[in-house]
Design a binder for this molecule. Structure first.
Ligand SMILES: O=c1ccn([C@@H]2O[C@H](COP(=O)(O)OP(=O)(O)O[C@H]3O[C@H](CO)[C@@H](O)[C@H](O)[C@H]3O)[C@@H](O)[C@H]2O)c(=O)[nH]1
Ligand SMILES: O=C(O)[C@H](O)COP(=O)(O)O
Length: 304
């Protein structure tokens, strides 16, 4: 491992986070915390994810917001019933037409919330653990850091009985090898792409947000460039189960991540990905555009 990454791993990894909610409330002081769940058609799971955070509302957590990314199912009503405030993409920043993708709603969430610290949780988590939010906030509330990433064991298929390992295919086959090659100081991150993380508003509003699924790699690289390695921490969250996407979907995700990474290393990427699908026995090319434009730092955006 890169020597800087090795030293960082020893200093900034919490293998068994011990902070209790009352410990954290005691050090929270006047700081406020927003929990944000990006959601696109997550009616099956969003209620439980909100429910796992709801008991913290009014103590460690000051607001829970589900950022609806254009759902056509009951995501909004389920989230509302579970105790979240629901914000649609078009409800904030009216002068910016909403774009598709996860990065877009995370970016908009900064204009929809006020917490000094922001925790992001995916809304497709299965059996979400109420310990995720306190663990992610631990280093932010007790150390001089700006970004805290969760890590975990990742089962691949929910239908298998043992809930084993094998998940995180884009992480293991693309993101970690790429970081190793192009930003080796970040090779100590166990889950660089994980959707459960927390950051300071000061940091989140100072950087651009990559589109789609590139948002996490963008924030990680930008936290490193802005503050250095020591401003990043990682905490063990145990096990994370979620809905697995198919290989073609992961190919598009991987291309978005690759594009954002290359841009941050001043290397030109591609604006489209061609994959091949079999139709009536014949193999045909199928081309998907790859989002490239970042949203600007929220600090520079006119909020009216
Ligand atoms: O256009 C979209 C797409 C997704 N989501 C939500 O974002 C979360 C994660 O999306 P998902 O499609 O489940 O991503 P994963 O396959 O789980 O991808 C992993 O890797 C991605 C790339 O780094 C991260 O963005 C994800 O958080 C991480 O879980 C879920 O709550 C989605 O509902 C949106 O809000 N809008
Ligand atoms: O984070 C990842 O690597 C991708 O979301 C794929 O995850 P999966 O292999 O667990 O479906």
């Amino acid at each position: 491992m890169n020597p800087a990454a090795r030293a960082w791993f020893s200093a900034r990894t919490w293998q068994e986070p011990q902070w209790t909610v009352s410990d954290l409330c005691a050090v929270k002081g006047g700081r406020t915390v927003s929990v944000v769940l990006p959601a696109l058609n997550e009616e099956a799971t969003v209620g439980e994810v909100v429910g796992s955070v709801r008991p913290l509302l009014g103590s460690l957590v000051d607001e829970i917001v589900v950022m609806d990314s254009g759902s056509t199912d009951r995501t909004s009503s389920v989230a509302l019933a579970a105790g979240a405030r629901v914000v649609r993409r078009e409800d904030v920043l009216p002068s910016y037409s909403p774009l598709p993708g996860k990065g877009e709603v995370l970016w908009r969430s900064l204009a929809a919330t006020t917490g000094d610290l922001v925790v992001f949780l995916d809304a497709d988590l299965v059996d979400p653990d109420s310990a995720f939010v306190p663990a992610l906030l631990g280093p932010l509330l007790t150390e001089d850091v700006h970004l805290v990433k969760g890590f975990y064991r990742r089962p691949l298929r929910l239908e298998t009985e043992d809930y084993g390992t094998g998940g995180g295919r884009v992480t293991e086959l693309l993101a970690r090898p790429l970081l190793n090659a192009l930003r080796p100081e970040l090779s100590g991150l166990v889950q660089p792409l994980g959707g459960e993380y927390a950051g300071s508003r000061e940091f989140l509003e100072s950087v651009s947000f990559a589109a789609g699924y590139a948002v996490e790699i963008g924030l990680l690289l930008d936290a490193h460039s802005t503050y250095g390695l020591d401003a990043i921490a990682q905490v063990n969250l145990g096990v994370r189960k979620h809905r697995n996407r198919n290989l073609l979907q992961l190919g598009v995700m991987a291309s978005q991540i690759l594009g954002a990474m290359l841009r941050r290393c001043d290397i030109a990427g591609s604006t489209e990905l061609t994959q091949f699908v079999q139709v009536a026995g014949e193999w045909l090319p199928d081309t998907t555009p790859i989002d490239v434009a970042d949203r600007p730092p929220m600090r520079s955006v006119n909020l009216s």
